[in-house]
Ligand binder design. Sequence first.
Ligand SMILES: [Zn+2]
Length: 221
Amino acid sequence: MPDAREIREQLVFYGRKLEEKGLVVGPGGNISARLGDVMYVKASGAAFEDAGPMDYVGVDLNTGEVVDGDMRPSCEVPMHCRMYKVLPGIGAFVHTHPPLAVALASSGAINELPPMFPDFVALLGDNVPIVPYVPPAGEALADSVEGALKDHVACILKNHGVVTIGSNLREAYFRHILVENAALVYITATKFGGITPLDAEEVARLDSHDTEVYRRKLLKG
Ligand SMILES: [Zn+2]
């Protein structure tokens, strides 16, 4: 079981990786990880690329109050808090603004990213839903994301960004990278006449295959 210092170090590490991958610019996006009844979340205005451990503040999941740190937490605290309360077993929540996933979702061309390759099925399941635009930083966005994540581990917010959950930051991070990767695959395939997704039978086979079950288990740490 990590302590607050380790959780903050993990948040700094994965926050920087998200910025290095080009999934966020400047102070955009926010990530959090759970430690008991407290979630550690990026401070408002902090940028992943130069945020240090104390730019992640502890917020009590029951009261919404800051209980560890001096900074003001991200304006997306209601969305983060809600997910830890309603989704069983999640240890981390990642939200960024990746350009390809946002472009694809905002075009209106599709309502979900279909399963296109085995890693997609292993890490993201049978699809990634796209939810209609809701203004950021409020309970309405929390409602919308909660609805999508009841049956999924990732969703794309139209005209906004991507969210993923995981049992830990590593899992939520890899899922996040894969959503943007899948958007790239989808967009590229449209240049050649469109994608042929995996069929339901193959998705079910992959989902229960020993190799994928084992790989998923490793990610949970
Ligand atoms: Zn956002």
